[in-house]
Design a protein around this ligand. Structure first.
Ligand SMILES: *Cc1c(COP(=O)(O)O)cnc(C)c1O
Length: 481
């Protein structure tokens, strides 16, 4: 937050007083006020130049202030404000029609574009209010049932079981399938750690698999090489909304009698040949964390093809308690339930899923148009006739000569919060022992060179233009010499 006191000085003050004010703030600038009106600006550079010119520091600020400086109306549209920031100008005073100072725009904070933020302007508040008014705030209640039903209806009537998170959903899925010690589970080398952690929770052995160079999802041909008599399951992860090669994966799993556990945490709304992800495998898991396609704050959903496994999961979710004999436990379970309040948010979010996906596709198109000329972007999200990529996060792979982390830092200075893609699992201490193939070059390269750009639903085309413009210019400035 900007503290006004540190940024303004009255017009009857001296240069030395201005210098004191400048030293108090991180932008090294002070704005001059006269009768509440904004009349000038003084930077530390202006003071330095005054000293060189031997102007006395006891002179009035008017002797050195700039009358011609950047200011904007307080209600200027966001994209105008963002475009007004320069390398040397990271704070802009905002005035009203009388030229009175109203606020500041700060390139580093006020106008930062986050990677993701939820949009909760549908029925979320109404449904939560209903939970409070009726006192159904815990893990029983009509919204839990409705959320599960709506989700099931959308996903080929798979049996839907809500969970407290995507991670607990993955754990629940593997536990319900009976996967455990001695079983091998094949997971892609590039995914969020929760995918492999769930395998370790059930004491099974994860086996890391190379990714496909175009889709960045698990490579089916590589999966084939990793299958042995201990293999029990494959977890394809539809990374960033891209869809795995489902035809070949399902066929391969069928040939070897393996379970397919779809990790759909990032792919709600994505389709393979017109069919939604999550409706191919034996079980699929969704996440509703705050940055996912839809959110419940924290939350998840597990979809089972087979009712037997779904019933098992429902018991495990609920402390392993027998469904017909209360407080009788036949096995060790968990408390992985979603609350009615969370489900209420989920129901409202799901109502808007079609418009969310429509906007995601629009955002992806805007980015592609803005970025396609850049010589330093090597790969864009793969487009195939078979897949509808829902673009949870718009992700591109940069040329190997680019220092990706430096680009991220530079973007942040422009107020753009981008993000590196996941590290390859095999590079990290808890997981490196699970790399048996040693053939993970694509995964290494993708991880080292790729970034995800802001992809939240409320982004405007102006903001995408701004982000793309900054991104392309940073790449140019650093590498196209
Ligand atoms: C987010 C995510 C998860 C975990 O979901 P949480 O709800 O955060 O526990 C699992 N897998 C992938 C691929 C994810 O992106």
């Amino acid at each position: 937050m900007i503290n006004f006191i540190d940024y303004v000085i009255q017009s009857n003050k001296t240069i030395v007083e201005a210098l004191n004010a400048i030293n108090k703030n991180k932008h090294k600038i002070v704005f001059v006020l006269e009768n509440n009106k904004l009349i000038g600006s003084i930077t530390d550079g202006d003071v330095r130049r005054a000293i060189l010119k031997k102007i006395s520091l006891e002179e009035n600020v008017a002797s050195i202030m700039k009358k011609d400086f950047t200011k904007l109306l307080y209600n200027a549209p966001n994209h105008l404000v963002r475009n007004a920031f320069k390398d040397y100008l990271k704070i802009i005073p905002l005035v009203n029609d009388n030229d009175e100072l109203v606020d500041f725009a700060d390139a580093y904070s006020n106008h930062k574009l986050p990677l993701m933020k939820p949009k909760l302007d549908g029925n979320e508040l109404a449904y939560i209010t209903d939970c409070i008014k009726t006192s159904w705030i815990s893990s029983q209640g009509p919204y839990v049932n409705k959320f599960e039903q709506d989700f099931s209806l959308l996903h080929s009537n798979y049996h839907a079981i809500s969970a407290s998170s995507g991670t607990s959903g993955l754990h629940l899925a593997l536990a319900a399938l009976g996967i455990g010690e001695g079983d091998e589970v094949i997971v892609p080398d590039v995914t969020f750690a929760a995918t492999i952690n769930a395998v370790l929770f059930v004491k099974a052995t994860p086996v890391l698999c190379e990714i496909d160079s175009r889709t960045w999802c698990i490579d089916t041909n590589e999966v084939k090489k990793l299958i042995n008599k201990n293999t029990k399951a494959i977890i394809p992860v539809h990374l960033y909304g891209q869809v795995c090669d489902m035809d070949n994966l399902i066929e391969l799993a069928g040939d070897h009698d393996l379970f397919v556990v779809e990790d759909c945490a990032e792919s709600l709304g994505s389709k393979w040949k017109g069919q939604l992800t999550g409706t191919f495998g034996d079980v699929s898991v969704f996440s509703f964390f705050g940055n996912k396609t839809i959110t419940t704050g924290e939350g998840g959903m597990v979809l089972f093809k087979n009712k037997h496994f779904a019933d098992k999961a429902r018991v495990l979710r609920d402390h392993g308690m027998d469904k017909s004999r209360r407080y009788w436990h036949n096995e060790i379970g968990f408390n992985y339930r979603l609350t009615n309040i969370q489900a209420a948010i989920g129901v409202a979010q799901l109502e808007r899923l079609p418009e969310i996906i429509k906007k995601k596709l629009e955002i992806a198109n805007w980015y592609k148009n803005e970025l396609k000329e850049s010589l330093l972007i090597e790969k864009f999200p793969h487009e195939s006739h078979d897949a509808l990529h829902s673009h949870w996060l718009y992700t591109v792979q940069l040329s190997e000569k680019v220092d990706r982390d430096l680009v991220l830092d530079e973007l942040l200075k422009s107020g753009v919060e981008a993000r590196p893609v996941f590290y390859p699992l095999h590079q990290m201490p808890p997981y490196n022992q699970f790399n048996t193939s040693n053939n993970l070059g694509i995964s290494n390269k993708f991880s080292k060179c790729s970034i995800s750009l802001p992809s939240f639903e409320a982004l405007t085309i102006y903001e995408i233009e701004y982000i793309s413009h900054e991104f392309v210019n940073i790449l140019k400035k650093l590498y196209e010499k």
